[in-house]
Design a protein around this ligand. Structure first.
Ligand code: C5P
Length: 284
């Protein structure tokens, strides 16, 4: 039995906190992070197919289907659940590729959820999160979305209560720093290991609903390397001069976020700097 069509908005994320520990023996880095889902997203439509294939439309031609996380998500589900046949996926891409907003990871998580619904598999979220972890470090977060604390590679999650709404402006610099390159450069810098204290003070601040209270607690270790690149320092200056409360790099970049006082400030600043206004999303 199948449902005909499933439509889901594949939303972006930011990391309010992204602390990166030393490299592990498997090459990954131990993280302490707070994920927060954003309203900004891409609509995805899924249909079941009788033929055992995954058809994609709406992706830029430079992403080969075998590298696309959506195809890999379908392969993973088809390999684990024999009822799964083919999948037709169409998407309206708007998030930058490799922009640190988790666009590809979110698309993959939506694909797992859509297949679960289309084929009435009733796979619990905990199992979907485990499968998601095989696709990428931050895919698991997008199964439930909302706000979560991530540790391990980022795939060990503790769901957090929804936070009050915060307004942001996102700026997409043209230059990029690849995730792997960001981690490599970070390993050349010595940095303090985050203490558990960091987390409890942060969680109190985020619940305040006040951008001015939250601002001093936002921290992304990748800024230690990004600050040496013009795309970051120039964007940071532009956002600061426009009056944001805090500038925050998204993931390993290169999207740069400005935390704004309220919705009106976000709209005004977005126009001024050529960015996109958005806000935090409680849960999918
Ligand atoms: O898991 P994902 O495919 O998103 O990771 C991309 C790259 O980022 C990895 O190959 C690794 O170099 C780096 N990474 C890391 N530590 C993490 C997450 C990612 O070193 N916790």
């Amino acid at each position: 039995m199948t449902t005909d069509v499933v439509t889901i908005t594949s939303r972006a994320k930011i990391n309010w906190l992204l602390r990166v520990g030393p490299p592990r023996s498997d090459g990954y880095h131990e993280l302490l992070t707070i994920f927060q889902e954003l309203e900004l997203g891409e609509p995805m439509t899924f249909r079941a197919l009788q033929a055992t294939e995954c058809r994609l439309s709406g992706y830029p031609a430079d992403i080969p289907p075998e590298k696309n996380l959506v195809t890999r998500a379908w392969q993973l589900m088809a390999g684990n659940y024999p009822a799964v046949r083919g999948l037709d996926v169409s998407i309206k891409k708007s998030l930058p590729q490799g922009g640190g907003l988790g666009g590809g990871s979110s698309n993959a998580a939506c694909t797992l959820k859509a297949i679960n619904a289309l084929y009435h598999l009733n796979v619990p979220d905990s199992e979907l999160e485990q499968l998601a972890g095989q696709l990428g470090s931050d895919v698991s977060f997008f199964i439930k979305g909302g706000a979560a604390c991530g540790s391990g590679r980022g795939e060990i999650l503790e769901q957090l209560p929804p936070s009050p709404v915060y307004h942001l402006v996102l700026v997409f610099p043209r230059e990029r720093m690849s995730t792997a390159e960001g981690y490599r450069l970070l390993d050349e810098i010595s940095r303090p290991i985050p203490s558990p204290h960091t987390l409890s003070t942060f969680l109190t601040a985020v619940q305040s609903g006040s951008p001015a209270t939250l601002a001093p607690y936002l921290q992304n270790d990748f800024e230690l390397v990004a600050k040496n690149f013009n795309w970051f320092s120039e964007t940071r200056t532009k956002l600061q001069q426009a009056g944001v409360q805090k500038v925050l790099l998204c993931g390993s970049g290169s999207t740069v976020a400005g935390l704004c006082e309220n919705r009106y400030a976000a709209q005004r600043i977005a126009l001024h700097v050529g960015g996109i206004p958005t806000y935090t999303w409680p849960a999918s």
